[in-house]
Design a protein. Structure first.
Length: 161
Protein backbone atom coordinates (compact mmCIF):
# COMPACT_ATOMS: atom_id res chain seq x y z
CA UNK A 1 0.00 0.00 0.00
CA UNK A 2 1.12 3.53 -0.72
CA UNK A 3 0.12 6.51 1.41
CA UNK A 4 0.60 10.23 0.95
CA UNK A 5 1.49 10.69 4.62
CA UNK A 6 4.91 9.10 5.33
CA UNK A 7 4.01 8.65 9.02
CA UNK A 8 0.92 6.64 8.06
CA UNK A 9 3.06 4.57 5.68
CA UNK A 10 5.57 3.75 8.46
CA UNK A 11 2.83 2.94 10.95
CA UNK A 12 0.95 0.66 8.54
CA UNK A 13 4.14 -1.14 7.50
CA UNK A 14 5.00 -1.79 11.14
CA UNK A 15 1.50 -3.00 12.07
CA UNK A 16 1.48 -5.43 9.15
CA UNK A 17 5.02 -6.59 9.98
CA UNK A 18 3.93 -7.75 13.43
CA UNK A 19 1.08 -9.80 11.97
CA UNK A 20 -1.93 -7.51 12.25
CA UNK A 21 -3.87 -7.19 9.00
CA UNK A 22 -4.59 -3.65 7.80
CA UNK A 23 -7.45 -2.90 5.42
CA UNK A 24 -8.01 0.49 3.83
CA UNK A 25 -11.67 1.25 3.23
CA UNK A 26 -14.34 3.70 4.41
CA UNK A 27 -15.37 2.99 8.00
CA UNK A 28 -18.50 5.14 8.29
CA UNK A 29 -19.52 7.39 11.14
CA UNK A 30 -20.67 4.78 13.66
CA UNK A 31 -17.19 4.05 15.05
CA UNK A 32 -15.52 4.81 18.37
CA UNK A 33 -12.52 6.41 16.73
CA UNK A 34 -12.94 8.66 13.67
CA UNK A 35 -11.53 7.01 10.58
CA UNK A 36 -10.62 3.65 12.15
CA UNK A 37 -12.19 0.51 13.53
CA UNK A 38 -11.48 -3.16 14.17
CA UNK A 39 -13.13 -6.03 12.31
CA UNK A 40 -12.27 -9.76 12.52
CA UNK A 41 -9.00 -8.89 14.23
CA UNK A 42 -7.94 -6.53 11.43
CA UNK A 43 -7.38 -2.80 11.63
CA UNK A 44 -9.70 -1.04 9.20
CA UNK A 45 -9.10 2.61 8.39
CA UNK A 46 -9.85 5.35 5.94
CA UNK A 47 -6.89 7.70 5.36
CA UNK A 48 -9.30 10.41 4.16
CA UNK A 49 -11.17 10.56 7.47
CA UNK A 50 -8.44 9.63 9.98
CA UNK A 51 -7.60 12.85 11.88
CA UNK A 52 -4.66 11.46 13.90
CA UNK A 53 -2.28 8.87 12.35
CA UNK A 54 -1.06 7.81 15.80
CA UNK A 55 -4.51 6.44 16.54
CA UNK A 56 -3.64 3.55 14.23
CA UNK A 57 -0.97 2.39 16.69
CA UNK A 58 -3.36 2.58 19.62
CA UNK A 59 -6.05 0.58 17.82
CA UNK A 60 -3.44 -1.94 16.67
CA UNK A 61 -2.34 -2.16 20.29
CA UNK A 62 -5.83 -3.30 21.23
CA UNK A 63 -5.65 -6.05 18.63
CA UNK A 64 -2.14 -7.03 19.74
CA UNK A 65 -3.02 -7.43 23.42
CA UNK A 66 -6.26 -9.32 22.82
CA UNK A 67 -6.26 -12.96 23.89
CA UNK A 68 -5.02 -14.84 20.79
CA UNK A 69 -8.03 -17.18 20.94
CA UNK A 70 -10.32 -14.17 20.51
CA UNK A 71 -8.20 -11.98 18.22
CA UNK A 72 -9.67 -13.14 14.87
CA UNK A 73 -13.21 -12.62 16.15
CA UNK A 74 -12.56 -9.13 17.51
CA UNK A 75 -15.21 -6.73 16.18
CA UNK A 76 -14.50 -3.81 18.49
CA UNK A 77 -11.86 -2.96 21.04
CA UNK A 78 -12.27 -4.41 24.49
CA UNK A 79 -13.63 -2.21 27.26
CA UNK A 80 -11.40 -4.07 29.72
CA UNK A 81 -9.29 -1.47 31.53
CA UNK A 82 -6.27 -3.76 31.82
CA UNK A 83 -6.26 -4.25 28.05
CA UNK A 84 -6.72 -0.50 27.55
CA UNK A 85 -3.64 0.20 29.66
CA UNK A 86 -1.69 -2.50 27.84
CA UNK A 87 -2.70 -1.01 24.47
CA UNK A 88 -1.44 2.38 25.65
CA UNK A 89 1.95 0.94 26.59
CA UNK A 90 2.07 -1.13 23.39
CA UNK A 91 1.45 1.94 21.24
CA UNK A 92 4.24 3.82 23.03
CA UNK A 93 6.68 0.95 22.48
CA UNK A 94 5.61 0.72 18.83
CA UNK A 95 6.21 4.43 18.27
CA UNK A 96 9.71 4.08 19.73
CA UNK A 97 10.36 0.95 17.65
CA UNK A 98 9.47 2.62 14.35
CA UNK A 99 11.20 5.89 15.23
CA UNK A 100 8.30 8.29 15.38
CA UNK A 101 7.65 10.83 18.10
CA UNK A 102 5.31 9.21 20.67
CA UNK A 103 3.47 12.54 20.84
CA UNK A 104 1.96 11.52 17.48
CA UNK A 105 0.17 8.75 19.38
CA UNK A 106 -0.49 10.73 22.55
CA UNK A 107 -1.86 13.83 20.84
CA UNK A 108 -4.09 16.53 22.34
CA UNK A 109 -7.16 15.20 20.56
CA UNK A 110 -6.96 11.73 22.12
CA UNK A 111 -7.36 10.02 25.45
CA UNK A 112 -10.09 12.48 26.47
CA UNK A 113 -7.52 15.27 26.46
CA UNK A 114 -5.08 13.32 28.62
CA UNK A 115 -2.58 12.23 25.98
CA UNK A 116 0.24 14.32 27.43
CA UNK A 117 -0.36 12.83 30.87
CA UNK A 118 -0.15 9.29 29.54
CA UNK A 119 2.97 10.16 27.57
CA UNK A 120 4.65 11.60 30.65
CA UNK A 121 4.14 8.29 32.49
CA UNK A 122 6.76 6.66 30.23
CA UNK A 123 9.79 7.94 32.10
CA UNK A 124 12.27 5.26 31.14
CA UNK A 125 11.39 2.96 34.04
CA UNK A 126 7.97 1.91 32.89
CA UNK A 127 4.66 3.62 32.46
CA UNK A 128 0.97 2.94 32.43
CA UNK A 129 0.21 -0.54 31.12
CA UNK A 130 3.75 -1.92 31.24
CA UNK A 131 2.92 -4.37 34.07
CA UNK A 132 0.11 -5.81 31.92
CA UNK A 133 2.44 -6.24 28.95
CA UNK A 134 4.85 -8.05 31.25
CA UNK A 135 2.02 -10.22 32.58
CA UNK A 136 1.17 -11.12 28.96
CA UNK A 137 4.83 -12.06 28.37
CA UNK A 138 5.35 -9.28 25.85
CA UNK A 139 7.96 -7.15 27.66
CA UNK A 140 9.65 -6.68 31.01
CA UNK A 141 9.49 -3.91 33.55
CA UNK A 142 12.92 -2.34 34.09
CA UNK A 143 13.19 -3.65 37.66
CA UNK A 144 12.47 -7.24 36.55
CA UNK A 145 14.11 -7.35 33.13
CA UNK A 146 17.32 -9.08 34.28
CA UNK A 147 15.41 -11.74 36.22
CA UNK A 148 13.23 -12.41 33.18
CA UNK A 149 16.26 -12.35 30.83
CA UNK A 150 14.61 -9.71 28.65
CA UNK A 151 15.48 -6.20 27.59
CA UNK A 152 13.36 -3.71 29.55
CA UNK A 153 10.38 -1.83 28.15
CA UNK A 154 10.05 -0.21 25.64
CA UNK A 155 11.83 -3.19 24.09
CA UNK A 156 9.33 -5.92 23.34
CA UNK A 157 9.94 -9.68 23.57
CA UNK A 158 7.03 -10.10 21.18
CA UNK A 159 4.43 -7.83 19.64
CA UNK A 160 1.38 -10.12 19.87
CA UNK A 161 0.00 -11.64 23.05
Amino acid sequence: MTFEDPIVARIVAFIESVGIPVIVEPVGDDVLLPGATVRHGALIFDPATLPWPGDLLHEAGHIAVTDPVLRDTLEEVSQDQAEEMAAIAWSYAAAIEIGIDPAIVFHEGGYKGGGANFLSSFDGNGGIGVPMLQYYGMTAEARQAAALDRAPFPAMARWLR
